[in-house]
Design a protein around this ligand. Structure first.
Ligand SMILES: Cc1cc2nc3c(=O)[nH]c(=O)nc-3n(C[C@H](O)[C@H](O)[C@H](O)COP(=O)(O)OP(=O)(O)OC[C@H]3O[C@@H](n4cnc5c(N)ncnc54)[C@H](O)[C@@H]3O)c2cc1C
Length: 411
């Protein structure tokens, strides 16, 4: 019996499109099914509309350390690293530029260009596109001794294929008759909700500092960069990074002077206390700190604007400037997060091909797998790289099995 396509890709996001293109480039008849009205919608929102699509640092030995499961990811990125992704896009017609921190963007600085180029490839490679089709479950059986997947949509339609690449992002579809371990979904790479007197009046203020996630005196992770204060908490890329390590009872510590040691800052502040003695306290931080941050610090230390500068306590001041604590009440919400951690556990899939150990012919890519990375292009890189690897592997499997599609039969 002929099938609808050799390979069906479920989900037309970054991972699904890369998988479909690589499978079709390997000579397969491919169909992409997407529940939204068009392919690649989420890509448009990435990198603030600029699409930070990869990172040059991936080609260093430390590349896989940017992910939650480095051992699993290493096998994939050693095959499809930054150089291969650059070539993949260049071959499709997209020029790429890399900024000083290794982040790769389309040269046009527009995520639209990435989606356009992927669309062009889909059409040039004659990949069948089925949008507006919400897949509810996948079953499998054997016909003429060959494995056939049946893909059932909510409108009652059924598609058949010899291999399936699951690229649905965090929304995993039930695969009937195979038990696959799934990890709880958790939003990461987003702002942290915090509490404290200091926060009042800081909404919208940005400061360059070092931000750490701490438990008591233990530093879990420390990042340097810009923090954006929000009325509900702390935001900005460095805080997004911290959110990947959040556990209950952790706090955020801001060091407003990371380039000064504790002792150096003590010398600076004590000189200033002498120099400005006699002045009102609101002059003390002029030229040192953002005015509203300075006011927040004064509030935290219970100083009023009438406190004379000579009454400020050196030790308390230095302590809070190097270690300003914020109690974390919650991590990012799903809507605030860039990525969902969790999904299908990596243990059920080959790290060489992304094929399901229990059900050969089923492949998993992108955010559907429990893999997440730092911000800076690592998550899209995983989506493309896992898609390319699985697309090629699925093509090898279907070509080896000599699967005939209805399209080929009618030729
Ligand atoms: C605001 C924002 C900015 C980001 N910026 C960056 C960045 O600059 N760099 C970076 O590396 N990462 C970034 N990310 C993360 C990045 O977008 C994701 O890691 C990546 O898009 C995951 O790709 P995916 O294909 O696995 O999943 P998705 O992009 O979620 O694609 C899954 C697709 O499957 C479809 N689907 C789901 N269920 C079904 C179903 N039942 N039937 C049919 N179709 C279905 C969905 O509609 C969707 O189109 C950002 C994320 C956000 C939210």
């Amino acid at each position: 019996m002929a099938i609808d396509a050799q390979i069906a890709v479920i989900g037309g996001g970054a991972a699904g499109l890369a998988a479909a293109i690589s499978a079709a480039q390997s000579g397969c008849d491919v169909i992409v099914v997407e529940r939204a009205d068009r392919l690649g919608k989420r890509i448009l929102a990435t990198g603030n509309g600029r699409c930070n699509l990869s990172n040059a640092a991936l080609d260093t030995e430390q590349g896989s350390a940017a992910y939650n499961d480095p051992r699993f990811v290493e096998d994939i990125i050693s095959r499809v690293g930054f150089r291969e992704i650059s070539e993949f896009f260049t071959d499709l017609g997209l020029l790429i530029h890399v900024d000083t921190e290794g982040r790769a963007y389309p040269r046009t600085n527009s995520a639209n260009s990435v989606v356009d180029i992927l669309h062009n490839a889909i059409s040039l490679l004659r990949i069948t596109e089925r949008t507006g089709l919400d897949i509810k479950r996948i079953t499998h059986n054997h016909q003429d001794g060959k494995l056939v997947f049946e893909i059932l949509a909510d409108n009652g339609q059924t598609l058949t294929a010899a291999a399936v690449i699951l690229a649905t992002g965090p929304d995993i579809i039930p695969i009937i008759d195979v038990e696959l371990e799934q990890h709880r979904l958790e939003p990461v790479l987003g702002p942290l909700h915090t509490q404290g007197v200091a926060q009042k009046g800081l909404n919208g203020v940005r400061v360059r500092c070092a931000a750490s996630l701490v438990q008591g005196e233990r530093v879990i992770v420390r990042e340097h960069g810009e923090v954006l204060f929000r009325d509900y908490g702390l935001s900005g890329i460095v805080v997004f990074e911290l959110s990947r390590y959040l556990q209950p009872k952790y706090e955020v510590s801001l060091d407003y002077f990371p380039e000064y040691s504790h002792d150096e800052l003590r010398v600076l502040i004590s000189r200033r206390l002498v120099q400005l003695s006699g002045y009102p306290v609101d002059r003390f931080f002029d030229g040192l700190l953002h005015k509203r941050v300075a006011q927040a610090i004064m509030r935290s230390l219970d100083y009023s604007s009438r406190t004379p500068i000579e009454n400020l306590q050196l030790t308390r001041l230095v302590q809070i400037l190097k270690d300003h604590r914020f109690r974390v009440t919650d991590g990012p919400t799903r809507a605030q997060a860039q990525v969902m951690r969790g999904g299908l556990a990596t243990g059920g899939f080959s790290s060489q091909t992304l094929e399901c150990v229990k059900l050969p012919g089923l492949f998993i890519v992108g955010e559907a797998v429990d893999v997440d990375g730092r911000s800076g292009g690592y998550n899209l890189h995983w989506a493309w790289a896992s898609g390319i690897v699985a697309g090629r592997a699925a093509a090898c499997r279907t070509v080896a099995n000599d699967c005939v599609t209805t399209r080929e039969e009618s030729r």
